[in-house]
Design a protein. Structure first.
Length: 227
């Protein structure tokens, strides 16, 4: 990937074990959706090149953040709500896979969905007087374990994006209840389109595999919110 071998360290313990210890802990391994989204960014570097990129729910691998940094993003902020996981394996993986000359372009940052304070702090990491990220990437954040946090996730999308922000989601459908996320997304003023199945790596195509979506705030809704 990115003309190099990426070495990703992960926890041996299962996600179920970690999640039983608290309200987080589902990011101990890299899911298929992360590989699909990382592959998409690798093949479309123009999406991230010289832009500010936020990864939501990077987990232990921070795979999409790594690829975005290698593909020339101006700044990448890799975030997760599990601060322990972020400080441990995610940071280790970022340091191991992003070369020294690009190291300053990627940072790890704790972000709990719905936290305005942490969202604003993540935005300040861009080092620019910006009101939104250029690109937001997220893999497998739409999942049953996060069902009660969908509103908070959309709050975070809204806080860190504007109508020009491109939000890329990789989503693996596991339960019908997850469809409520997309309903809520539309109700909150976001347009969501499914990317062609051909954009998913051939190894991950099929009904049970991840799909890619592009999400953006509707400009008319954004104007209404500003008034």
């Amino acid at each position: 990937m990115c003309d190099r071998v990426l070495r990703i360290a992960q926890h041996n313990e299962s996600n179920a074990v970690r999640s039983a210890e608290g309200d987080l802990g589902f990011g101990t391994i890299a899911y298929d959706a992360a590989f699909v989204l990382a592959d998409y960014v690798e093949r479309h570097p123009e999406i991230v090149r010289e832009r500010s990129v936020l990864e939501i729910g990077c987990g232990s691998a921070a795979l999409v953040s790594i690829v975005a940094a290698l593909r020339g993003a101006r700044i990448v902020v890799a975030t997760d709500g599990d601060a322990e996981l972020l400080a441990d394996l995610a940071t280790t993986n970022l340091r191991a896979n992003v070369p020294t000359e690009r190291a300053r372009s990627v940072v790890a940052h704790a972000l709990r969905w719905g936290s305005d304070e942490q969202a604003n702090a993540a935005l300040r990491r861009t080092g620019a007087d910006a009101s939104a990220f250029d690109v937001i990437v997220a893999a497998d954040v739409v999942a049953v374990p996060y069902l009660d946090a969908f509103d908070a996730l959309i709050d975070t999308f809204q806080a860190l994006s504007d109508p020009h922000t491109v939000i890329l989601l990789a989503y693996t459908k596991r339960h019908f209840s997850e469809e409520t996320f997309f309903v809520k997304l539309a109700q909150r003023g976001f347009a969501c389109i499914a990317l062609p199945a051909t954009e998913v790596h051939a190894d991950f195509r099929g009904d049970a595999h991840p799909r890619l979506f592009c999400v953006q705030q509707r400009k008319s809704i954004h104007r209404d919110l500003a008034e």
